[in-house]
Design a protein around this ligand. Sequence first.
Ligand SMILES: [Zn+2]
Length: 321
Amino acid sequence: MYQHINDQVCQHCQGTSLEILDSYMNHWIQCNDCLNVFRRGKETFPLDDLIKQPFYNKLYKSLPKRLKKTVQPFLSSTHKFEDKSTWYDYYSKSLEQDYKATKWKKYDDEFLNFLETIDIDLQGKDILAISEGPGFIVNRLRNRVNSIALTEVSQHAADTMAHMLKVDSYAYDFNKDDIQQIVKHKKFDQIWLRSCIAFCNDIDRLAGSLRKILKNESIVYIKFHAPSRLNCLHWMFNIVTTNVWYNPETIVRAFEKNGFELLYPYTRYRQEEPIRLLPRQHWLNTMIVRYYQKLAEKKNKYFTREDRSVYYLCTFRLKQS
Ligand SMILES: [Zn+2]
């Protein structure tokens, strides 16, 4: 549904007031009516175009090896266009790490605290955690819940989680697969979608399909990042990245349309630390980031501005049918 972004019409609401934020490997398109932001990956990158010019081409060829190496990650020909499935395999490797030292421990602490504050009980429940890689949380919960099953986009990651965590784990891509078939018509009390909904191209379809594998009055919990200029710039050097930054209202509408009610007003969190826009601190990287930052400040008048990463926690309950 959102795959064919063009520059004239929003594919979500047909709005025509669109604003494009330019970044190194992606264009981000914000619809000023629905406030969702869609990604359109570039086929060639700016440095490709530059070194195609005869003068720069000669210059590039004469660069010392070390400098060429610096430039290479920024060229489409040498940039690794990873296949999405191999990209997710890092989850398999992460499982070999010490959980306590990982970022996932922090995320899980925060998540479990949140469930406790809103009185969501896990005792004896059947849970499905979608795109939950690397899945460490299973070890913390297996004695409390009745069952917990995981999904991940890559078959390899799903198999590794099944093997290492001794858990039901399925390969599932919510843009392609039918979840009912994947989980073999099993029904759950809770479904968790933590930081994965931005990969989903059709939120309406997803809400409708989850409904089919939920028991009455069961819970869907979603954690997602809000659209922001900073989030877009942050993913400047990733060609395999999120497809849509959803405006929270779009998510609420999609679930309400499919028989869910918002259990608690959604909670908005603003990360205390600014996102590190410059993960690899070398000069070329820094120059490019600064350039696009300046460009966005100048050009993107209405684009959702945030200087911190903002995320929401949403809890829905399926109404009795
Ligand atoms: Zn729109």
